[in-house]
Each structure stands twice: as C-alpha cells, then as structure tokens.
Design a protein around this ligand. Structure first.
Ligand code: GLY
Length: 375
C-alpha cells in the first residue's frame, strides 16, 4: 500500500488543477482517474469563460465566484503555459448574446438589466450594431448584448497542459484507476480501488464530477447528477468568408470559434440522461439553433460530434471545501462552469487542503457559500 499525502479522485480540469497547485506547493499528490485524464466533461466542454452570459438570475454567489475566477484566468493561463510549454488558446474577443425573436429579445433585456445591476461591463447593441461587430451574424436579429469580458480558452489544451504541468511538478497521475470506496478519517482516510488495492492519504480531494455520487463510503452521498450535453464542431473557412471572432450565444445554441479553426456548437441539456449517444435530434436542434443566428453555418463542414455529462449538484452550484466527512475536501459539481471555475477551484481548494493538513483556520470566504455541508 502506498501513502501519498493527498489523493485526488478524478482527473478532470478540477482534479488536475488542484493536483498541479498542490504539487507546486511541495505536496506529494496522486490523482486516481477511472479512465483517461481530461477526457470526461472537461474535454466535452466549449471553453467559454462567461459568468455574464451563462448564469441564471438569482445565482449571485455563483456569479461573484465566476467573476473572481474569470479575473484569475489570464495569470492562471500564463503560469500554466510557462509550466507546461503548451499554448492554452486564451482568447479575449468577448461574447455576443443575441436574440432572434420577440420572446428572446424580452429575455435578453432582463439579462442585460441583471448584468448592469451586478456592475458587469455589458453593452446593448441593435441588430445592425451586432452585425458590424460580427459580420456573419444574421441581419434579422433584433438585438444583442456584448460582454467584452466574457472570454474563452482552448479547454482541451488546458487539460493537456494541466496534466503535463502536474506531472512535471511531481504529481503522480494514475489512469484506469477507478475508486470504489472512500473511508473518511481525520488523520488517514482510506481509498479502495476497483482492483481491491487500497491507498491511505492524509487528505482526499473529491473531484470525480459525475462519478462523485457513485463512490461508496461517503454519507451523505455527494448529490451530483449528470446533465447530458451533445455538441458538434464545424470547420471555419476564412477564405470563403466563413469566420467568427466572438463567442456567439443564441437562444438555442452557442457558437465558439477556436484558434485551431473549429467552431464548437453546443449544447443540448438533457437532465439525468446517462446515455452516451449522439442523436439525430440533438444534432438537428443544435444546427437549427446555430443557423438561426449565423446562417453561414449551413456552408461549413461538420467535423466532429460528441457527448459529455455535466456534473450538476441539486442547486447547480459547485461543492467546494471541506465536507461533512473528516479528511475529505470537495472540488466537484461544477455543472456548466468547470472551465471558468478552474483557477479559483485549483487555488482555493489547494489552500483548503493546506489548511486541513496544517491544522489552521477554516474555509476561505470565497468558498464559504459553496460548502458541501449545505446539503
Ligand atoms: N458551459 C457550456 C455548457 O454547459 O454547455
């Protein structure tokens, strides 16, 4: 039996970020990933860093956390690029949220008022002004909100960079290592793997995303369920005028132009659905929603389709910090916001682990609203 100081269960963007951060701080860290690191929900994401554009009303704590994490992204990306030697495709062109009819225009005005009340630097645009900014938009759109601070990143490059950086800082990343049970303990929590072997650590970080609720030994079980998202990628073709600079969010689909020339179009939202299939209906709805706001989509080559399962808690906010179980720190349930919340999760959860090991203090104020103990 080997005994790292910290075991991180789950090698997605949350787990890899925490592992990298802890390894850089000199902790002996092992990540146990049931399949391949970075290939779950983090791989299926779109990479939007969009607290203004992607949050519901009344989620004020989450909105504040999202903006805090967004503010940390540029430095996080620079540090990650330096540590890994990988470009993580940070793009700061901003986001256009567009309406396509009277109902969606009404909803957009409400979103705009909410964003203004929260002090977000948003701008209301007429349809013509939106087309001036992004010529491929449909000329029929009645209005748009421009969020210059809602950026994006190449999320697949980010998880690959995190794996490289974590390894080079000394973390061990074990793939094909499913955890079946955690025995919480204040000094020596014990982790049992699918092959019957056991690991004892000083602290366990639970970053298993949709796999969190299936872990044995945790009472209450983490209330995380999957929300299926189907998405696809098209090929931009600047030579034929088929290019986008901004992230565009329409009422029924978002379009995210990537540095490698792909245009990610997402995503369905199918609550509690575990099936991994891409369906004709899913692709149809996405393309219909995309064409509505960017008609040129019809001319683009379809290059990839995929499915991911967002890890959603009961209130759709993440579980961050110490749980009810001794020796267990949570970094899960990020739902739609795993990429946006990566910096704040990595840095603050690592600090929480440090505090637990060193026996100092309680939860950082930024994490307090997201305590797993609220369930
Ligand atoms: N954040 C993108 C999505 O959840 O579809």
């Amino acid at each position: 039996m080997f005994s790292p100081e910290v075991v991180v269960i789950g090698g997605g963007i949350a787990g890899l970020g925490v592992a990298w951060e802890l390894a850089e701080r000199g902790r002996r860290v092992t990540v146990l990933e049931r399949e391949q690191v970075g290939r779950g929900a983090s791989w299926a994401a779109a990479g939007m860093l969009a607290p203004s554009a992607e949050l519901g009303f009344e989620e004020l704590d989450l909105y504040a956390l999202g903006r805090e994490s967004l503010a940390r992204w540029p430095a996080f990306a620079r540090r990650l690029e330096a540590a890994s030697g990988r470009d993580v495709g940070y793009r700061d062109a901003g986001t256009l949220v567009v309406a396509d009819d009277r109902d969606s225009l009404h909803a957009l005005r409400r979103l705009f008022r909410f964003q203004e009340e929260q002090g977000a630097p948003v701008e209301w645009l007429s349809g013509d002004e939106a087309v001036d900014l992004e010529p491929l938009l449909s000329p029929r759109l009645p209005g748009a909100v421009y969020s210059p601070e809602d950026h994006q990143v190449d999320h697949r490059a980010v998880v690959e960079a995190l794996a490289l950086a974590a390894r080079s800082a000394g973390a061990a990343l074990c793939e094909g290592a499913p955890v079946v049970r955690v025995e919480p303990d204040a000094e020596a929590p014990r982790i049992r793997l699918g092959d019957g072997s056991e690991v004892v650590a000083r602290v366990v970080v639970l970053a298993a995303g949709v796999g969190s609720s299936a872990l044995g030994g945790l009472a209450p079980a983490p209330p995380v369920r999957g929300v299926k998202g189907q998405a696809l990628a098209l090929r931009l073709d600047p030579e034929r005028g088929l290019d986008l600079r901004h992230v565009v969010r329409g009422p029924d689909a978002y379009l995210v132009p990537k540095a490698d020339g792909r245009l990610v179009v997402g995503a369905t939202s199918e609550d509690g659905v575990t099936d991994p299939r891409v369906t004709a209906g899913g692709v149809y709805r996405l393309l219909e929603g995309a064409v509505e706001v960017v008609p040129g989509v019809e001319e683009m080559e379809l290059v990839e389709t995929w499915v991911g399962h967002r890890p959603a808690s009961r209130d759709h906010a993440p579980l961050l910090g110490r749980g009810r179980q001794p020796g267990v720190v949570y970094a899960t349930g990020h739902y739609r916001h795993g990429v946006l919340l990566a910096p704040v999760t990595a840095e603050e959860v690592a600090t929480e682990v440090d505090r637990l090991i060193d026996g100092v203090g309680e939860t950082a104020p930024v994490l307090a609203p997201f305590s797993p103990r609220r369930f």
